[in-house]
Design a protein around this ligand. Structure first.
Ligand code: GLU
Length: 473
């Protein structure tokens, strides 16, 4: 049977890293086995599902390059199919209508708990539901086997065994006529010929119920793999504080899809000690049984580290394309400075994210009015004369360059440093501050070379005026 996996989000919340990782594992497994990957939107919870969220989930998956071969299927468009099966199950008595009132169920529950028993439906309506038919709309329950066990081999957690006595006759259709999650999933996995169900471990308790249902329908039973949870660094459930944000927010924060995918892959899966995987390696090496059983811990520092690796490893042309959006967010006119590829080469080695590149490159594209306060105090005002002398000296040298090349700029800096009392030490910081407004910049020669001759001279003049003004106060 050809491998077929699916990712089946409920559009009740954004795609977060947990869901994205599950999608990635399902997608990789399908790609690795030359199989198919299905996208299914589980939207039968009508109150909590939103069309715009399913659209956003797809946008985010596209950004991650997780393409699907079939779908999106929407469960709400398959209600006829579900109802047909429910009717057939009612006829063959593998399902039954249940008229039990909320109150009865509540009393039952309280009694069971008082006796130290796990609350479960007692099957009251299995055979005696006719009396109440006029009273209210029924729910429909699956007649779960009373005895025996459900045993399956989870590809990550090994053999898992549930006693049927612990499972009750769960509801497959609500009183409003909408089938439940556990039912729709089963029919879909069956109809869509899903061979491997890779999903979050929070669904592991649903699996024995779904297997019983599949058996009752004489359907094939897929192979299951339940992927463990992701926790924050404090060991608590991942929350917004830990970075449990919409996947697209990572794009906004300046991450590359390649880096996020690589990070998610390693967050719970390993291949020896290898950290960096090209897309092809991911597809060729991925296996289910090397997924970690224990929960994973989200580590933003590692994601940043990976992102920086990718910024510097992928082609500057590709990085520039991704950077463009961030430059627009910063309102920078990219015509007014170095081309983005040069910018990536310059700032890539110093930045962890594209956002950081865009945020720290302003001085290449526009003039600034203020200097970093601590830096100006330290390098302009405290050693006022030294700063003035250094800047005056480099101004002469830079102005004298006829052919503006990196080498000429470097020679000018070296010559000027040579003239200073403190050498490069007294020149470097005032110059850096004069040209960029702060102390965070790449090497001075390449920075000045990139800013250009006219602009650099103008900025040195401006800094000298600024120092003079302070002196005159
Ligand atoms: N719709 C479920 C969820 O978003 C996933 C169900 C499944 O994969 O079986 O958690």
């Amino acid at each position: 049977m050809k491998v077929k996996t699916r990712f089946s989000p409920s559009p009740t919340g954004h795609l977060h890293v947990g869901g994205a990782r599950t999608a990635l594992y399902s997608w990789l497994f399908a790609r690795r086995q030359n199989g198919k990957f299905v996208l299914r939107i589980e939207d039968t919870d009508l109150h909590r599902s939103h069309k715009n969220i399913s659209d956003e989930i797809m946008t985010d998956m596209r950004w991650l390059n997780l393409d699907w071969d079939e779908g999106p299927y929407y469960q709400t468009k398959r209600l006829d199919r579900y109802n047909a099966i429910i009717n057939q199950m009612l006829q063959d008595h593998s399902a039954y209508k249940c008229y039990c009132s909320k109150q009865r169920l509540e009393t039952l529950r309280t009694k069971q708990m008082a006796h130290g028993l796990k609350p479960r439906y007692d099957g009251y309506c299995r055979d005696y539901n006719e009396d109440c038919t006029k009273q209210k709309k029924p729910v429909i329950r699956f007649r779960n086997p009373d005895e025996g066990f459900v045993i399956f081999e989870d590809q990550i957690h090994g053999i898992i065994k549930f006693s049927n006595q612990e499972l009750d006759d769960f509801i497959i259709c609500r009183s409003d006529g909408i089938p439940t999650y556990n039912f729709c999933v089963v029919i879909d996995d069956w109809d869509m010929n899903i061979t491997h169900v890779i999903r979050g471990v929070d669904h592991i308790n649903n699996t024995p119920r779904q297997i019983n249902l599949l058996k009752a329908l004489n359907a094939h039973i897929p192979i299951y793999a339940h992927v463990s949870m992701i926790f924050g660094p404090d060991g608590k459930k991942l929350s917004k504080r830990h970075g449990a944000i919409r996947v697209m927010q990572y794009r906004n924060e300046g991450y590359l899809p390649e880096a996020l995918l690589n990070y998610l892959l390693r967050l719970g899966w390993s291949h020896g000690n290898q950290e960096i995987f090209s897309m092809n390696e991911m597809k060729n090496l991925f296996t289910l049984h090397t997924i970690n059983k224990s929960p994973s811990i989200m580590n933003l520092k590692k994601l940043q580290w990976l992102n920086q690796k990718y910024i510097n490893a992928l082609s500057p042309a590709y990085i520039s394309k991704n950077l463009q959006w961030h430059m627009e967010q910063e309102n920078l006119d990219i015509e007014n400075g170095p081309c983005l590829e040069d910018l990536v080469k310059l700032l890539g080695p110093r930045c962890h994210t594209l956002k950081e590149i865009a945020e720290t490159c302003h001085y290449f594209y526009e003039e600034f009015n203020d200097y970093d306060l601590d830096a100006e105090k330290k390098y302009f005002f405290t050693q006022l004369e030294v700063a003035q002398k250094s800047l005056q000296s480099i101004r002469v040298k830079l102005a004298a360059i006829l052919n503006w090349t990196l080498l000429e700029v470097r020679n000018a800096i070296n010559a000027s440093a040579h003239e200073q009392f403190g050498g490069m030490r007294t020149l470097a910081m005032p110059l850096r501050l004069a040209i960029t407004g702060s102390l965070k910049a790449p090497a001075m020669d390449i920075t000045i070379y990139t800013v250009g001759q006219i602009r650099s001279l103008a900025r040195i003049n401006k800094a000298l005026l600024h120092i003079q003004k302070y002196k005159d106060q």
